[in-house]
Design a protein around this ligand. Sequence first.
Ligand SMILES: C[S@@+](CC[C@H](N)C(=O)[O-])C[C@H]1O[C@@H](n2cnc3c(N)ncnc32)[C@H](O)[C@@H]1O
Length: 272
Amino acid sequence: MTDQHDAEKQQVHDFWNRASCGEDLYLAGSDRTAFVAQAEARYRLEPYIREFAQFDTAKGLRVLEIGVGLGADHQQFAEAGAELYGIDLTERAVAHTRSRLTLFGLSSNLSTGDAEHLDFTDNSFDRVYSWGVLHHSPDTPKAIAEVHRVLKLGGCARIMIYHKWSMVGLMLWLRYALLAGRPWLSLSSIYAAHLESPGTKAYSVAEARTLFTTFSEVRIKTVLTHGDLLESGAGQRHSGLALSLARRIWPRRLIRWLFPNAGLFMLIEARK
Ligand SMILES: C[S@@+](CC[C@H](N)C(=O)[O-])C[C@H]1O[C@@H](n2cnc3c(N)ncnc32)[C@H](O)[C@@H]1O
């Protein structure tokens, strides 16, 4: 690995180790009540997660989750009775998820780890699940190659990565390119600098197909999110008057009607 790649990975680590995803907005403590409330908020704002993740079908399966974050989805897999493994680049996320599972009397094999170098043998999982993670890692193609390597033949990856042509992307571009007097800035550079951890990427559907080309069957769909529709707190980096104003006038019904595919989340189901 190059020094630059290591430095980028360190920045990603440091960003998410300051606060796990959703921690500032939705986790109001460290007891059972706080974790229950965080999970309720998550599945209310992102109802499509349950259908996509198919937690209830995981009983007895060897499941690896990459990038556990606060651990709400990990808890669902544990409750479903999966033989469960989870990693995250940050100590903070692993600690949250570990204490969450302990509070609910559940267990998993949790450790810090890097999606680009999975510490698991080839062909060892029935399912690999990862929600909103692999686009943060500097070498996303390497992380996807690792998902493919550790899956058993016939095993399924369910991965959410960011979709480039989204309303969130448009808003960020308006704010950080057009209104900043730099309309020549590319959407990719805006995502990398302003969405979440430094270097975050977003892909077109065609680019995602290329990323998953080694898989035998790939299904991709995009969803309009609470972020695209400005229906929630906008993440840990965004606030201010312009955003408050935009929230009041955002044409949600029109967007749903005219641009149903312009969502930030790209849901990828890929079979090895
Ligand atoms: C946006 S959060 C998503 C967390 C969780 N899946 C969720 O939906 O709330 C991104 C997570 O990915 C983790 N992450 C980033 N790069 C990673 C890598 N290379 N390997 C493992 N985890 C990584 C971060 O530490 C962070 O916890």
